[in-house]
Design a protein around this ligand. Structure first.
Ligand SMILES: NC(=O)C1=CN([C@@H]2O[C@H](COP(=O)(O)OP(=O)(O)OC[C@H]3O[C@@H](n4cnc5c(N)ncnc54)[C@H](O)[C@@H]3O)[C@@H](O)[C@H]2O)[C@@H](O)CC1
Ligand SMILES: [K+]
Length: 466
């Protein structure tokens, strides 16, 4: 798990005030981290590196990089389209001049470039881009080369929003600590792989306390069976309520069985053709330990719903239930909710927290997740998206490991099945949501066939083999 911060200027300030590091020293480390990234990828001396430098300290990072790369590559183009403004950018430019390095303010030749470093705008981007900047970004985006963003892809603002254009990076070397702005669904299209640069201090000294964390592959804890002398009753009894769209519940049931639940029962109105290992019943069995409810539910008798919701076992709620007022009666208890953005908008409206459209939510995912979890601190909320956000009370966890292969009907049903399996086995609400989400995304990431082809069975098969 890595810490995430909304802003890092206070952390930079701590470096100056508490540890007596200078801005110049931090910048030198930033440039060194960029140099490492270039060197790791570009091995041939006969290469051309284009460094695009803006007017502020992000540009200054690029200018310092140009100095560090001298003599390492045949051709280093230092492109400064605008007159530099910040004190550090002026100093870095002066240092380059003293070395006899020329810069250019026009970029004609955009072929035969092996690597582009984007140091146009960083955390100081505070207004929409003008045409001139948009044209530059479009021009450098069109170059076929390895693309490195310094700190944050230019055009992505501090809320992680992209107003008109942004640099499309293969890798973003972010300075000091991970920022929320890099982890929005919108930014995911532009950041590429995110790497964190050390600015001269270990993370434990540079970073402060936070309630936000980025989940990593190594955080995954699978429900391995450590004891030998066990029986099915030791692993819980998961029940999945089958609604009108029966496939959803069937997928969830299969996923639950494959993720370790000792028994899985589908709660049905009529006998269905199900895998032989999934039991069927009209009522909840007396030994139920967790329930999944909502997927493919459609129209369902309210009294039956209430009866299921009133059963005192762990529950994961999905899909159609986010449009049901009835759910409001259960938000002050421990429960896992797994809405996608449209369903979360409905939930926000039902709870009278906000009446917003999907675009507004997507631009402010963290804000609305925090708002909801503040009002309902017992709920474990998992907001689906390109980057999944999982939150309980004031803690927020982000899972960036998902891929577009998961953008399919049935993926969410698998996730609910995984969560109910862990709940049934006695894992906590938060651990169930986190580990199910990690398993879900990692299985998709490991999928070897084309990324448009993943189906729920492939996903379940992948989860079995993590
Ligand atoms: N403070 C520190 O100690 C460190 C800062 N570092 C770098 O400094 C960067 C932040 O530097 P700055 O605060 O100078 O900010 P930026 O370099 O991101 O840019 C700020 C400048 O761009 C202008 N600007 C903002 N939006 C614009 C727009 N849409 N169109 C045209 N001009 C616009 C501003 O007026 C300002 O002059 C970080 O992203 C990071 O790369 C690193 O060197 C690490 C250490
Ligand atoms: K940048």
């Amino acid at each position: 798990m890595q810490k995430i911060f909304d802003e890092v200027s206070s952390l930079d300030k701590k470096c100056y005030d508490k540890f007596s590091l200078s801005e110049d020293l931090l910048m030198e480390h930033a440039a060194l981290a960029l140099k490492c990234e270039v060197n790791n990828k570009i091995k041939s001396y006969n290469s051309t590196i284009l460094i695009v430098c803006g007017v502020g300290n992000n540009g200054a990072d690029g200018l310092a990089l140009a100095r560090l790369l001298q003599d390492e590559y045949l051709n280093i183009i230092v492109y400064t389209p605008f007159e530099v403004k910040s004190k550090m950018a002026k100093l870095q430019l002066e240092r380059l001049k003293l070395l006899g390095v020329n810069t250019t303010n026009s970029l004609r030749k955009v072929f035969d470039i092996d690597c582009v470093v984007d140091s146009l705008f960083g955390s100081g981007l505070n207004k929409p881009l003008k045409k001139e900047a948009i044209d530059i970004l479009e021009k450098i985006n069109s170059i076929e080369a390895y693309k490195i963003a310094c700190d944050i892809p230019s055009g992505v603002d501090n809320n992680g929003e992209i107003k008109n254009s942004a640099f499309k990076a293969d890798v973003t070397v972010t300075m000091g600590a991970l920022k929320t702005s890099l982890l929005t669904d919108g930014a995911k299209e532009f950041t590429g792989i995110i790497k964190k640069a050390n600015l001269g201090l270990s993370s434990s000294c540079y970073e402060n306390q936070t309630d936000m964390y980025l989940l990593e592959q190594k955080d995954l804890k699978l429900p391995f069976r450590d004891n030998i002398n066990t029986h099915k009753g030791n692993y819980g009894h998961a029940c999945v309520v089958i609604g009108c769209k029966k496939g959803a519940g069937v997928i969830a049931s299969s996923a639950a069985f494959s993720f370790g639940a000792g028994l899985v029962t589908a709660i049905v109105h009529e006998e269905l053709q199900l895998p032989y290992y999934i039991m069927q019943s009209h009522n909840l069995p007396s030994n139920v330990t967790a329930i999944a409810l909502g997927m493919g539910l459609g129209l369902y008798d309210k009294n039956e719903l209430k009866k299921i919701l009133n059963t005192n076992v762990a529950k994961v709620i999905d899909a159609d239930l986010f449009y049901e007022k009835l759910l409001l009666d259960y938000l002050n208890q421990e429960i896992v909710l797994t809405p996608h953005p449209k369903e979360f908008c409905s939930l926000l409206k039902l709870t009278k927290l906000a009446d917003i459209d999907i675009d507004t939510l997507q631009s402010n995912r963290f804000k609305y997740v925090k708002l909801f979890c503040k009002k309902y601190p017992k709920v474990t909320l998992l907001l689906k998206g390109a980057n999944v956000i999982i939150s309980q009370n004031n803690k927020v966890y982000v899972n960036c490991l998902g891929t577009s292969a998961l953008s399919k009907g049935g993926s969410g049903d698998v996730l609910s099945g995984l969560i109910v399996a862990l709940l049934a086995q006695g894992y906590s609400f938060l651990q169930s949501a986190i580990n199910a989400s990690l398993a879900h995304t990692l299985a998709a990431k490991n999928f070897k066939s084309n990324n448009y082809a993943l189906n729920p069975e492939d996903l379940i098969e992948g989860i079995k083999n993590l």
